[in-house]
Design a protein around this ligand. Structure first.
Ligand code: FEO
Length: 169
C-alpha cells in the first residue's frame, strides 16, 4: 500500500506529465503557425510520449491500491520568438522534470518504499534520454541558424520522428 504522501506526490507527477504534453502540443501549434511542420511533428510525438508517461504513473498508482485524482492542468505558453527559443525551453522543462523525478526517488527512499523506487528507475533513465534529445536539438539549431537552408533541412529531419509506445521499447 502506498503512503498518503507518496500517493499525493504521484498524483502531482501525473499532472506534471500531462502539463508537459500540453506544453509540447502548444509548441507544436506554434511551429505549425510558422510553417515548420517537421518541428511540429517532433513536438506532437513528444506530447504523446508525455501522455504515455502520465499513463505509466496512472497504472502504477492503481496497481499499488492508490487512488488517481486528476487535477486541473495549467495553461501553457502560446508564443515564442524563434524555434531556438522553443527548444531552449524544452531543455529547461526536461531539466525541471528530472528534478521532480529525483525528488520522487528521494521520497521513496525516505519511506523505504522499494517498489516505488524500482518503478521510478525507468523514469530516471528516460530523463537522461529526454535531456539528451532536447540538448541535441538545441545544438543542431545553433548550427542551422534561425532561417534558410539549414533550418529547412533540420525541419525535414524532425519530420521523420515517430511515436513508439514505451511498452514496445
Ligand atoms: Fe515525461 Fe519529458 O518527461
Amino acid at each position: 500500500m502506498l503512503s498518503e504522501k507518496m500517493q499525493e506526490a504521484l498524483n502531482t507527477q501525473i499532472n506534471k506529465e500531462l502539463y508537459s504534453s500540453y506544453l509540447y502540443l502548444s509548441m507544436a501549434a506554434w511551429c505549425e503557425s510558422v510553417n515548420l511542420s517537421g518541428f511540429a511533428n517532433w513536438m506532437t510525438v513528444q506530447a504523446r510520449e508525455e501522455v504515455s508517461h502520465a499513463e505509466k504513473f496512472f497504472g502504477y498508482l492503481n496497481e499499488r491500491g492508490g487512488r488517481v485524482l486528476l487535477q486541473p492542468i495549467e495553461g501553457p505558453p502560446t508564443e515564442w520568438g524563434s524555434v531556438a527559443e522553443v527548444f531552449g525551453q524544452v531543455l529547461e522543462h526536461e531539466q525541471l522534470v528530472t528534478s521532480l523525478i529525483n525528488g520522487l526517488v528521494k521520497l521513496a527512499r525516505s519511506e523505504d518504499d522499494y517498489a516505488s523506487e524500482a518503478f521510478l528507475q525507468w523514469f530516471v533513465s528516460e530523463q537522461v534520454e529526454e535531456e539528451a534529445s532536447a540538448s541535441a536539438a538545441v545544438e543542431k539549431l545553433k548550427l542551422a541558424g534561425d532561417r534558410g537552408g539549414g533550418l529547412f533541412m533540420l525541419d525535414r529531419e524532425m519530420g521523420t520522428r515517430v511515436f513508439t509506445p514505451p511498452a514496445a521499447e
